[in-house]
Each structure stands twice: as C-alpha cells, then as structure tokens.
Design a protein around this ligand. Structure first.
Ligand SMILES: [Zn+2]
Length: 455
C-alpha cells in the first residue's frame, strides 16, 4: 500500500469512527431521555429483562462468573431478575485487580475494545475493558442529565480539573470541535489567577464543567481576592467527586448560576443526577441497576438508611460487573415518583462520598466530612487546599497549603474553628505544607493515611 493509500485509509477509518461515536452518543442521549416517561412497572420490567440476560450470559460465557456462581451454588438458568439478585455474590474492586482478565469475554477482538484504568478515590487501580464507543454512549447519557437543567448541544464549556495537562507543560487545552476548553488548576495561586480568569473569560463559556476540588481552589481565590469572571456562567456542572453543601454555597456565591451534580464512576455501572434544585440523584434505569447494601451485604430498602452503593451495569457486555460494590455510600429517598419532577427513577437522598471521606473519632464513630460546613468561611479563605491524614482513631493531622501568611494569630483562629472536633473525640494537629498532591486522575481526597503522603 502506498503512503497516500495508507493516509486515505486512516482518514476513512477516522471518519467512520467519528460517525459511530456520534451514533452511540445520540443513542445514549435518546435512550436516557426516553426513560423520563417510564413508570415503576416499566422500569421493573426493563430491569428484570436486562438482569436475566446479563446473569445467564455471564454464567455461561465469562469464566470468572461461571466459577463464582458454581461455587456459590447459583442456578443461573432459574434466575428471574430483581427478586433473585440478592442470591448472587457481590464483587468488589479487589476482584477487578486480581481476576479482571477472567471477567473479560473470551474471544473479543482487541480492536473492538478499549482499556482504561479506574482507581482514583479508593487508591486501588484496576483495568476496565469495555466495548469501543461505550464512553460516547455514556457521555450522551450524561448530556441527557444536563439537558434537564438547560444545557443545549453546542453550549460552550470550560472544563476545570486538578490534573496536569501535557505533564505540566500547558495551562489549558482546546478540545476538538472548539466548544470545550480544559483548564488545569494544578498550579493555581493568587499570583496567576488573573491569567486563568482571562483565559476563561476569553473563551466565553456557558458552563463550567468541574471536578469540585479543582473549582473550589479557584472559587476560594476569587472570593479572597474579590475577582470574578467577566461573563457570568449559566451554572457549574460537577462530576467525578462528591459535592459538599459548603461547596454548592461557595460556587453559587462566586460564579452565580445553578450548581448541578451527577454521580457516575469509572466502571460505568450506574449514572444519576440531580434534578434542577433538588439535590437527589435520579438514576437512569437504562444505564444500570442500583442496590444499597448494609455491612453484612443485606439489601437496604428503608429510606434514610445509609448503605453501600452496589451497581450492575447494563452497557458493558465485554466485561460485565454484576453486583459491584462501589465503596460509595448513599441513602434512599422516600419511595414513589419524585414529588418535583414525577420521574419514577430510583433516587438517593444523598451520597455520602467515597469510603475514606470521614474521620474516625476516639470511640470509633465515623464523622463524615459533609459535617465540616460550620467552619468553611474563615478556614477556606486562608488556604489553597487541605487534607486530613489519619492513621488511628481519635487523632489526625490537618495539612493545608496556606494562601495567606500563617501568623500565630491566624493559626490560633484555625485551631479555634476546629476546637469542636476535640470535644467530639478527635485530637487534631495542624501542619502548613507547601503542596498537597492529587490522585493520578486529578481528584483530591480529603482523608488519607500517612503512607499515602509523599515525603
Ligand atoms: Zn425529580
């Protein structure tokens, strides 16, 4: 083949790939919007059909599940769907790490799949294998969620993330299509915030699509310095990390517009988002099935009771994850259709965040970091980032990167602001540091163990 023929072939392949991606995107978008009209019965029928197909197929064709179900005495041929789901063993991240290869459908061509790593918040990195184009479908599903709050196709977006771009060589990257600009907040501080604001203003975004930790850094600096974006955005679309109530307030104050959040995870099992102002995650029934489990692995059905989010994704037929414990926690809303929007989707009143996002008090009680709102004003205005290091119950170190000079008076103010934790049984030390590293994916974890902190 000549060089020009090869070049033509590449162009045609790229062009066909583009068509396929757009087709899958539209499918995700349309399928997800269509579920808005589904009744509880429609959803149940859909779940039963998909679960039966998934479980029987996995038990027959995927080595990992064949062995797992054999050992557990599961008769996949008799599996009837939702009502039998609790009889199947659950799986977790460790299974992906140790047996991931055996979860992949044998005989699938390498060209037909995409490999990507997931890990981030739990610190354990696993490899997922999914059909080529699944991420386009997923992004169509996410757009369907955003569509509810007014995001239109073609809207301009600035994506703010904490990870480095081009290994730190660039502050920003224009995405193909010209509608999206990615900006890194990795090196953001009071001195260079002007350049970042100018960059955002110059792009004239309709929306900010953000990792909450990345935009928190920007928002704190803007609040402290009194600078604002020149053109107000329609809203801040959060993803990939949980959003605390204090962050919602902060983003509203600094950027104006609405604050919206969706929940998804790297394993692409389930996807849900808020509906307008209602901070309840509505989960897309076409995307996957969501369960909450207690510590003994029993289903949690009562509203308001926290359980581990456990997902069964419908879309990944190459490496299906059936009853995958996500290490994220949530609590059901009241049963029945949503009082605001009428949708019958499964709803979580709140997501408690990743498993590490709490401090352990001396008596073993977990103190979720959602409860630290009381002190946000002063403390957040003094720091760029912060992180708790905890190795033993009842004691922790609060590391922070100061944004202002740490005078003895300010240190004392910070101590006072956290004094209530001492009364609850947490001895806290304070340590100003020069930097706090992100996880590989650019997320910031709020509680870590000391061995995870680089010396
Ligand atoms: Zn609703």
């Amino acid at each position: 083949m000549s060089a020009s023929q090869r070049s033509l072939l590449r162009r045609v392949t790229g062009w066909l790939g583009g068509i396929q991606k757009r087709r899958l995107w539209r499918r995700g978008f349309r399928e997800s919007l269509a579920t808005d009209a589904w009744t509880e019965d429609d959803i149940r029928r859909h779940d039963d059909t998909r679960l039966v197909a998934l479980v029987r197929d996995a038990a027959t064709h995927i080595p990992f599940y064949r062995d797992l179900y054999n050992q557990a005495g599961v008769d996949a041929a008799a599996f009837r769907g939702v009502e039998d789901l609790a009889s199947l063993p659950t799986i977790e991240k460790r299974d992906l790490v140790e047996s991931g290869d055996r979860m992949v459908r044998p005989g699938v061509a390498d060209l037909a799949v995409v490999r990507h790593t997931t890990g981030g918040s739990t610190g354990t990195i696993a490899t997922m294998v999914s059909p080529r184009g699944l991420s386009s479908w997923e992004s169509g599903c996410i757009y369907a969620l955003w569509h509810r709050v007014g995001v239109a196709r073609g809207d301009r977006m600035v994506v703010l993330r904490g990870a480095l771009i081009d290994e730190g060589q660039s502050l920003f990257r224009r995405e193909p299509g010209g509608r999206s600009l990615t900006v890194s907040t990795y090196h953001l501080n009071d001195d260079n915030v002007g350049a970042v604001v100018d960059l955002i203003d110059g792009f004239r975004p309709d929306w900010l699509h953000v990792y909450p930790s990345a935009v928190t850094l920007l928002a704190n600096i803007l609040r402290r310095t009194g600078r604002r974006l020149g053109v107000p955005v329609k809203g801040v679309l959060c993803g990939s990390e949980m959003v605390y109530a204090w962050q919602v307030d902060l983003f509203r104050e600094v950027f104006g517009g609405i604050v919206y959040s969706h929940y998804g995870h790297g394993e692409l099992g389930i996807l849900g988002g808020w509906f307008k102002g209602r901070r309840e995650f509505h989960f897309l029934p076409n995307h996957g099935y969501l369960e909450l489990l207690d510590e003994a692995g029993r289903p949690v059905t009562e509203p308001g009771v926290v359980g581990e989010m456990t997902s069964t994704g419908y879309a990944n037929t190459v490496m299906p994850l059936i009853r995958y414990r996500t290490a994220d926690y949530g609590a059901w809303s009241d049963p029945g259709p949503c009082p605001d929007c009428g949708r019958s989707h499964a709803r979580l009143a709140e997501i408690e965040g990743r498993i590490q996002e709490y401090l352990v008090l001396a008596d073993g009680t977990r103190f979720p970091l959602t409860n630290i709102n009381a002190l946000h004003g002063m403390f957040f205005s003094y720091v760029y980032r912060f992180q708790f290091v905890q190795d033993a119950p009842g004691e922790a170190v609060l590391r922070f990167v100061p944004a202002v000079e740490m005078t003895p008076g300010r240190m004392e103010e910070i101590r006072q602001a956290f004094a209530y934790l001492g009364e609850m049984g947490l001895r806290l030390e304070f340590e100003p540091v020069e930097r706090i590293d992100m996880t590989r994916t650019g997320k910031q974890r709020l509680v870590v163990r000391s061995e995870e902190v680089r010396p």
